[in-house]
Design a binder for this molecule. Structure first.
Ligand code: FAD
Length: 278
């Protein structure tokens, strides 16, 4: 099947892109790398009147590093990060996660912003940024606003992005020195979407011990006080407690529960190698 007919616009600025979205009043779609939108157009799951191609917008390919954060343009691809064409070493998980997404052809074109906005519950960036405490800058016709990554995705394939907004920048805080990080992705084979993802971010000196359980049926589950609540880092994970948390998110089958708990155990073992969880 081929896409339904659409008009095509290649804006020169972010403001022009936002203005086009506003004028189209819900009838337009942004396209970046096209790795998710392309198939959806071909299957006619979406039939926009206008396609606004933001792949050439310089502002979306910007990268900068400040004392406490990395600022990633939403149009940077997974391959940009995998190859370290931008230096993201201050946040070590970024490169590893980038390299584990799909296949090289997809990583060459698929952008971080496209993935976050598509909001597939199984996607890798979707299940990393909230754990890192990232924030997103959303550009709109009246200016821009910043939202927490943890709030951005509202449900499977749903975000709080307005119809005339563009996700422009992803601000990823640098972990404090001594922060322990763990990440695990379970997939049928390398390059496939995740069946379970877990991320552990434990700040030193009794700071935040955050766990993310991802590739659920909806938005990722984020637990801010995972040490106190579920024994993360103590070597004794509260599995019944975690099973309750999973059940609240609709994950009730033993197989799915097992996958999510295994991912969490692996991420915890990486973050706390001295305390192999039970
Ligand atoms: C074979 C295959 C395997 C894959 N495996 C994985 C995997 O293992 N893990 C994983 O995480 N992903 C995987 N993906 C998904 C892939 O990572 C995403 O398709 C890609 O990152 C989306 O980015 P894009 O630039 O191509 O977005 P597009 O397809 O261009 O756009 C996707 C959506 O985001 C919107 N959009 C794009 N950019 C912006 C922006 N800046 N602001 C607002 N809205 C925007 C578009 O309007 C559209 O709704 C796979 C894809 C394929 C085809």
């Amino acid at each position: 099947m081929k896409p339904a007919p659409f008009d095509y616009l290649r804006p020169r600025t972010l403001a022009e892109a936002c203005a086009a979205l506003k004028t189209a009043d819900g009838g337009a779609k942004l396209i970046a790398g096209g790795q998710s939108l392309g198939p959806m157009l071909n299957l006619r799951l979406v039939q926009p009147r206008l396609l606004v191609d933001i792949s050439g917008l310089e502002a979306l390919h910007a990268f900068s590093e400040t004392a406490d954060a990395l600022h990633l343009g939403a149009g940077l691809t997974a391959a940009n990060i995998e190859d370290q064409r931008i230096d993201t070493r201050a946040v070590p998980l970024l490169q590893r996660v980038a390299a584990g997404i799909a296949y090289r052809a997809v990583r060459n074109r698929g952008t971080v912003g496209g993935s976050l906005t598509h909001a597939d519950p199984a996607a890798d960036w979707v299940n990393l940024m909230p754990a890192l405490g990232a924030r997103y800058e959303l550009a709109g016709p009246a200016g821009s606003r910043t939202v927490a990554a943890a709030d951005f995705m509202t449900a499977a394939f749903e975000t709080l992005l307005a119809e005339d907004e563009v996700l422009s920048t992803i601000i990823v805080p640098k972990p404090a020195p001594g922060t322990r990080l763990g990440h695990a992705k379970i997939a049928r084979k390398t390059g496939k979407f995740a069946m379970a993802i877990a991320v552990v971010v434990a700040e030193p000196d009794g700071g935040t011990c955050r766990a993310l359980i991802g590739a659920t049926h909806g938005r990722p589950i984020l637990v801010e006080d995972a040490g106190a609540r579920f024994g993360l880092g103590t070597g004794r994970l509260d599995e019944p407690g975690l099973a309750g948390l999973l059940a609240d998110a609709g994950i009730t089958t033993p197989a799915a529960r097992h996958l999510h708990l295994t991912a969490l155990r692996r991420a915890a073992a990486e973050a706390f190698p001295q305390a192999i969880p039970s």
